[in-house]
Design a protein around this ligand. Sequence first.
Ligand code: C5P
Length: 397
Amino acid sequence: MELAGKNIVLGVTGGIAAYKAAELVRLLVKDGATVQVAMTEAATRFVTPVTFQALSGKPVFSDQWDPRVANNMAHIDLSRQADALLVAPASADFLARLANGLADDLLTTMVLARDCPLLVAPAMNRQMWENPATRRNLATLRGDGVFVVGPACGDQACGETGPGRMLEAEEILAELIAHFQPKLLAGKRVLITAGPTFEAIDPVRGVTNLSSGKMGYAIARAAREAGAEVVLVSGPVCLPCPSGVTRIAVTSALQMRAAVLQRVAGNDVFVAVAAVADYRPAEFIARKIKKAAGSSAPSIELVENPDILGEVAALPAPPLCVGFAAESEKLAEYAERKRRSKNIPLIVGNLIQDGFGGEQNTLILFDDDGQQPLPPASKIDLARQLVGRIAVLLEKR
Ligand code: C5P
């Protein structure tokens, strides 16, 4: 319920992506928002107001002369209580009218009369998106403080492939939630490792650690929500890359180390969440090892993997380094020891009680100011609190 208590006005303009706006209303409502839908006349040709009314539980407005509004000021009344006005899809025509301050229908009038933030999710054919007039309009809107989310690149309803496709409903929801987060890391660069590493024995077998990657991905999302530029070096996990985050997929610890060392310069923060395998097979057997009946089990010689966090912390001008310590006992003692041995300012400890991969977690932050327990919460909640602490430590640096 990340949008609980928020009033969102959703503007829908005429485009085939209007069907995705129906799903968006459902997600917004599910996340706790009160949604008031306003449609352009063209939008009602693609999806009927009845659909949006059923999903939002509120009457839909599309006519500025709507007699239901007693004072005939629907444009003021509807946006007065709004925490944000979101237009999805925003057609090329709508953006052009907006850029020029036109107010010739209910939605454009509402936009002009608002005093809340405006987000637009463009949706159009590739050529329309690339047209100099559209580029110009977008630049004007950005200059006016309008937040532009997307568009994505990909297959389009017209049969073309390229930029202009509206973001998926889940992505727009994530952008809206991000919009409401404080920009504690604005202008900062954050590098994060997440997930397990997989150390191959032969083409089908390997040594790995249990790690869902969820905590690292949540931190990447929270850092980006806080305004940072985020690169996520990820071991093999089954998670979608958080919106606006650059993901570098790696498999082994050596690949993770190379990816980190290649990109670490210029970062303000390095958060090592990955469960890196401590050891890897000394050699990779190129062909699958066959099971030989009756003979003794093969033994695998292991060698130690490099300590990525330790290496980054030992750089001449390291970013603010944050490490994790997942322990099954004596958390405070081991976490503090790890903090000192790796020489890092902040260690995030978690006691392994309920196994890995859950949606909730309990953390304790260890830094020079002592311990700060973060009570059980969702991983994204915890990640946001951690980002808050990181911002404080960055200030102190
Ligand atoms: O060294 P240890 O595994 O106890 O410390 C855990 C912390 O160090 C985590 O933040 C983990 O991401 C990081 N680490 C690393 N490279 C390794 C082992 C751990 O970056 N080879």
